[in-house]
Design a protein around this ligand. Structure first.
Ligand SMILES: [Zn+2]
Length: 245
């Protein structure tokens, strides 16, 4: 079975890297060992330096773009801070590249009000007809933006609550998704509830750098069908993106 990690990060040597310690590693080489031991073929990254601050976003997008072009295991989310004008042309230029999956937004860690900038971000994504991966923020308000901008697809990451499932279910154009990345997939009925309510086609697999064995096992041992597991691990990604894994 093929598996792609649709949501992860790593350090790249910049100032805004995420501090790592002995019990949670954040460097690329270590994460690749994790992939190898857990049978994950590739990951869609954004560097921590692009999301944990605001002054290294452009450079981080550039550097990761270079890495993605030369490494089969690396795909990219281009990070957008909507207050930085220089990022819009950068994204426009790179978005059609085969290794780029879409735009990543991180309103909480970059400290802006998602509702203030939602139109700016989502109208841009709508024009580009691309995916936006968002860290959950004001989930119940996101439905109206998904309905307003039907050519964008919105992944509300880190599946953890009923609101996310409701947003997916109620999206008029079926353009809201989620991913299983993060520690909240430990909740003992969260995957099962989402699959039952909205179907596995709306759910992508992700690790967010948490233990790959834990993340993979959560899906593998979930009380869902084999077809649902295949959808989450790989088939959904293959349906929406051009993959070479
Ligand atoms: Zn993330």
């Amino acid at each position: 079975m093929k598996i792609i990690d649709m949501h992860t990060h790593c350090n790249c040597g910049f100032k805004n890297d995420c501090p790592e310690n002995e019990v949670h590693k954040r460097n690329f080489e270590f994460l690749m060992k994790e992939y190898e031991s857990s049978g994950i073929s590739a990951g869609v990254f954004s560097y921590y330096s692009a999301i944990l601050g605001t002054d290294e976003v452009y450079e981080s997008n550039e550097l990761l773009f270079k890495q993605a072009q030369t490494d089969d295991r690396v795909y990219q989310w281009l990070v957008l801070d909507p207050r930085q004008d220089m990022l819009f042309p950068q994204i426009e230029e790179k978005i059609k590249n085969k290794k780029v999956m879409g735009i990543k937004i991180q309103s909480k860690s970059q400290n802006y009000d998602i509702l203030e900038y939602a139109d700016k971000i989502f109208s841009f994504a709508n024009e580009l007809k691309c995916f936006v991966l968002m860290h959950p923020d004001k989930i119940t308000s996101m439905l109206s933006f998904a309905d307003k901008y039907p050519h964008m697809n919105l992944i509300i990451a880190h599946l953890y609550c009923v609101d996310q499932v409701d947003a997916i279910k109620n999206a008029k154009y079926g353009n809201i998704f989620t991913d299983t990345s993060g520690m909240d997939s430990r909740l003992n009925n969260v995957i099962e509830y989402a699959v039952e309510r909205v179907g596995s086609e709306k759910i992508f697999f992700g690790t967010d750098t948490y233990s790959c064995g834990f993340q993979r096992g959560r899906i593998e041992y979930a009380r869902i069908s084999d077809k649902d597991k295949e959808n989450i691990f790989y088939e959904n990604a293959k349906r929406h993106f051009e993959l070479n894994i």
